[in-house]
Design a protein. Structure first.
Length: 69
């Protein structure tokens, strides 16, 4: 993830990792990238939503979050 961000000249704090599992969350935290929990995914019970930067109910929530920034 950090390699891609560097190639895009994007700071980790300006990105968002969207995922639905604990491993997705851990990857984001290790890279210091904000994490968007996809509640609509398969790992609904693997991540504590209270520690996520944003909780997404649907893909349209992701669109709304991105366009509001």
């Amino acid at each position: 993830m950090l390699t891609v961000l560097a190639e895009l000249n994007c700071q980790p704090a300006h990105a968002l990792m969207v995922g639905d599992s604990r491993s997705d969350f851990d990857l984001a935290r290790d890279a210091e990238v904000p994490f968007g929990f996809a509640r609509y995914g398969y790992g609904r019970h693997e991540v504590d939503e209270h520690v996520c930067d944003v909780v997404l109910e649907s893909m349209s929530d992701l669109f709304d979050w991105v366009t509001s920034r």
